[in-house]
Ligand binder design. Structure first.
Ligand code: ZN
Ligand code: ZN
Length: 361
């Protein structure tokens, strides 16, 4: 039976750059091609603190007031006109991007690099970045940006579908060599999921490059070798661990300065590099131009998660990609400040923090 939808909801609202507060705001209505969802879990993304700080004001978000949040799961509570694939009560996992649907990239399925990005009049959306997001009790969202979850999956797992999709897209771009070796730079949430997914896709050996507690965590994500970049040169260490040959694929998950070059120098001749971690605008990397040419190193930039959410949901539901243990902390929306502090300051061995705007799920 359909439940009553209230007129107002609690949401995390940014009234101006650098400020946030919990406010009562109207519950949005689903327009044609949209569903209204009750948000059950929202994972804090590495990009959220930047948006909250106002570091990207004018771009992310383009205007205030604004509700951020894009890594979420929930239940459909109402469907707009023209929606035939979802019904009230369905559990869904969200994703941030929706393309215009008619530019060259959208038509070829590459809607995260829509040529009409930032032009909502074309139908393009980027929930939680330029379009109102999910740190709220409800979100109205295009059916193109939600995917059905099986009943066996929890909402906490569902909140990790967006993140895991970013990883799957990055790995699909470069490919994973069955029986090969993959190096993963940056064992944060994205890096840890990369290790598990690379294994699920056939990698025989995983080398994690990082430091501290997160490098320790790479053991539970299945890394066979740990390279602490504070104690040894990561390129040298990776080469030593591969009889001097280098790895088949290197996946950059940190966005830190210097790691792009390291990734290039870690792969074998004919190896592939995928760049998943997002650097700041200031990071400009000097690269070994001739080395890349002479060794046919292939480099892929990976943006977000086009056409991978369904696959990710199937992998999680089948137990091939465990993510439940990566949700180390959960908080109600009212404790958002604490949730953010735990995530940003990496307290208590945190990996992923999930905020639950409608109570514990
Ligand atoms: Zn994210
Ligand atoms: Zn487009």
């Amino acid at each position: 039976m359909a439940e009553m939808i209230p007129g107002k909801m609690r949401a995390l609202v940014l009234p101006a750059p650098g400020r946030y507060e919990i406010q009562e705001v109207p519950v949005p209505r689903p327009e044609a091609g949209e569903v209204l969802c009750k948000v059950r879990g929202v994972a804090i993304c590495g990009s959220d603190p930047e948006i909250l700080r106002g570091a990207l004001a004018g771009r992310w978000p383009p205007a205030y007031p604004f509700i951020p949040g894009h890594e979420w799961s929930g239940q459909v509570v109402a469907v707009g006109p023209g929606v035939v694939n979802l019904k009230v009560g369905d559990a869904v996992a969200g994703q941030a991007h929706k393309g215009c649907g008619y530019c060259r990239n959208c038509l070829s399925g590459r809607y995260t690099i829509c040529e009409h990005y930032g032009r909502p009049e074309t139908g393009q959306r980027h929930y939680g970045f330029i379009t109102q997001g999910a740190y709220a009790q409800y979100i109205a969202i295009s059916v193109k940006s939600v995917n059905l979850m099986p009943k066996t999956m929890t909402f906490r797992e569902g909140a990790l579908v967006d993140t895991a999709g970013v990883v799957l897209h990055g790995l699909e771009l470069c490919g994973v060599t069955p029986g090969g070796t993959v190096a993963v730079i940056g064992p944060g949430p994205i890096g840890l999921i990369t290790m598990r997914l690379a294994r699920a896709m056939g990698a025989a050996r995983i080398i994690a490059v990082g430091r501290g507690a997160r490098l320790q965590a790479s053991r539970m994500a299945g890394a066979d070798v740990q390279v602490n970049f504070e104690q040894s040169d990561p390129v040298k260490a990776v080469r030593e661990a591969t009889e001097g040959l280098g790895v088949d694929e290197a996946i950059e998950c940190s966005g830190a300065a210097g790691t792009f070059r390291q990734a290039v120098e870690m792969v074998r001749k004919g190896g592939r590099v995928s760049l998943i971690g997002v650097p700041t605008d200031q990071v400009v990397e000097p690269l070994p131009f001739k080395y890349i040419v002479h060794n046919e190193i292939a480099i892929f930039g990976a943006r977000a998660n086009p056409n991978v959410s369904r696959k990710v949901i199937s992998l999680i539901a089948a137990g091939q990609l465990p993510v439940a243990d990566l949700v180390t902390h959960t908080f109600p929306l009212e404790q958002f400040s604490t949730a953010l502090d735990v995530f940003v300051n990496r307290r208590e061995g945190v990996i992923k923090v999930v905020v639950e705007p409608n109570g514990i799920s």
